[in-house]
Design a binder for this molecule. Structure first.
Ligand SMILES: [Zn+2]
Length: 541
């Protein structure tokens, strides 16, 4: 009997050893958490230019991550909505439909925001919100959508200052999709994502009101001598309430008002707040800590706010990134502690870059009003003046929308079309005028990148392509610079993968941000049938 018991004990011990020696299930099922970080307006060259400042997040990603040094957007319309939707879906704008931050609606005769959806009213976490937002205009599923469909139990969280950024990463559903509603100065989601405010989000916001930053100062992180750029940069256009010199006081004109809401978003405090909200949701929703694979998207918008006001060669940009290095470092520490580095894969990229401030003689601004009036003048001479109305309905960045019937008249008059193309091309800064009806057959480099941003019914009839260092800027615009072209400074962005199973290396392989979703999808065992990017072989082998 005793011998039987000891034999049994031996069997149990052997089985226990075998069980311990088995690989843990997650090693076979891929990462338990996919993390996508987007730094709005971050150019690839910032990683080298400001290398002296990296101590935490960017240092870890550059030293321990898989760094794709040649990641570029292949399309013309390099703006926020297009970039986030490309990262979120793995498709390009001509397929996912988010061709720009908004487009001219020929039915309603007005500009429609890319996430505007009156049928999905916003739900505020503070003061009442009046807008409506959803992914109704996004024509393909995101990686996060496919994860929810193909891996039951997956949770999806996306946070940003901008609705179009959170929505471009999350897609058509999710557990906590949060953005900042500018008119009310409050955090919000919409009925597309929740029937009521999400308790875990509400608890964080109630305990951590950002409004307590009223009258705080944005001061430099280190001594002035340690910065690459001087404080008073040429061509800066600081937002109302600030000048070009540090420190910047985060104040309203009269307390908690529109100026305060805008200035707070233009400080590193907003990035840090967003990171703390995200990590509280990692805890509250146990992201990456269950049997399912979850998705966390964070888009840091502050760099874009500050970049538009001060430009890429400013001390403000430099300090935003220096503080973001610490913020991303804290995020990685928290993910390591809660989820374990072996159990998550993180991708970092940007939705677009930015042009240098337009300083003559190197570059300048093309006013859409000039384009519009030049076309009216030319067509009035070529086709005869109109009894009423105008030839052009709208000019939105590169896109020219003719009034109904005008483009057909032009197509039947090669003389008028030639005169029009010549007149617009003579505007300083215009490189080319492309016809929408010829994009698919035009093999020129400008036309190929414009075709990837083109969608019938949303795009214009003509596409005006700016020369290098020139960009579209309304007559009364108050920003220092912008983006939205196919030039290197707008298209070349960081692309870094990091975490479980990802080796440390810097590679020169050509990549695009559309490769992020297919790569993460492959690692998590999720199919993306509409993606145009590819799983990056350096990451998935
Ligand atoms: Zn921008």
């Amino acid at each position: 009997m005793r011998r039987v018991i000891s034999l049994l004990a031996a069997f149990i011990a052997v089985f226990a050893l075998i069980a311990i020696a088995q690989p843990r299930p997650q090693a076979q099922t891929g990462p338990k958490l996919l993390v996508v970080l987007v730094v709005d307006q971050m150019r690839a060259d910032y990683l080298q230019r400001f290398d002296r400042h990296w101590r935490a997040g960017f240092r870890t990603l550059l030293d321990k991550g898989l760094v794709f040094e040649n990641a570029r957007y292949p399309y013309l319309g390099t703006v926020t909505c297009a970039g986030h939707s490309t990262i979120g879906t793995g498709a390009l704008p001509h397929t996912h439909g988010m061709i720009s931050n908004g487009w001219w609606s020929r039915e309603d005769h007005r500009l429609v925001g890319c996430t505007a959806d009156p049928a999905s009213p916003d739900l505020s976490y503070g003061r009442p919100a009046s807008l409506g937002n959803s992914a109704v205009h996004l024509l393909v599923p995101t990686l996060a959508d496919e994860l929810r469909m193909q891996k039951p139990g997956a949770r999806v969280v996306a946070v940003s200052l901008k609705a179009r950024s959170a929505i471009g990463l999350a897609g058509h559903g999710g557990d906590a999709i949060v953005w900042f509603d500018d008119p009310s100065g409050s955090w919000a989601t919409s009925r597309a994502y929740a029937s009521a405010p999400v308790p875990a989000v509400k608890e964080f916001i109630d305990k951590n009101p950002y409004e307590q930053d009223l009258n705080r100062e944005w001061t430099l992180t280190g001594p002035a001598a340690g910065y690459v750029f001087r404080d008073a940069g040429v061509g800066e256009r600081p937002p109302a309430g600030w000048n070009g010199l540090f420190p910047h006081l985060i104040k309203g004109r009269g307390g908690l008002d529109a100026q305060f809401f805008a200035l707070w978003q233009a400080t590193p405090l907003a990035d840090a707040y967003l990171m703390r909200m995200a990590t509280s949701l990692v805890d509250g929703l146990a992201l990456g800590q269950r049997s399912a694979t979850d998705f966390l998207g964070i888009s840091f918008s502050t760099l874009d706010e500050v970049g538009h006001s001060f430009g890429p060669e400013s001390r403000e940009i430099e300090d935003v990134l220096r503080q973001l290095d610490a913020t991303i470092g804290s995020l990685i520490e928290r993910l390591d502690a809660r989820v374990g580095r072996a159990n998550y894969v993180l991708a970092l990229s940007a939705d677009h870059g930015v042009a240098p401030n337009a300083i003559a003689p190197r570059g300048g601004r093309i006013a859409p009003e000039d384009v519009r009036e030049r076309i009216e003048e030319t067509l009035s001479a070529e086709l005869g003046p109109l009894a009423k109305g105008t030839f052009v309905e709208a000019v939105n960045f590169t896109e020219v929308y003719f009034a109904s019937g005008v483009f057909d008249r032009l197509r039947s008059s090669s003389k008028a079309m030639a005169a029009l193309e010549r007149a617009v091309t003579e505007i300083p800064g215009v490189a080319a005028v492309l016809r929408a009806d010829q994009l698919s057959t035009n093999r020129d480099e400008n036309a190929r990148s414009a075709a990837l941003s083109y969608m019938s019914g949303r795009s214009g009839d003509l596409i005006v392509v700016p020369k290098e260092y020139w960009y579209f800027s309304g007559r009364n615009a108050t920003f220092a610079t912008t983006h939205g072209t196919h030039h290197e400074y707008d298209t070349h962005v960081p692309l870094i993968l990091f975490g479980g199973g990802i080796r440390a290396a810097h590679v020169a392989t050509a990549a695009t941000p559309a490769d992020i979703a297919p790569t993460l999808g492959r690692l998590a065992g999720v199919q993306l049938s509409k993606a145009e990017g590819h799983a990056l072989s350096e990451a998935v082998r």
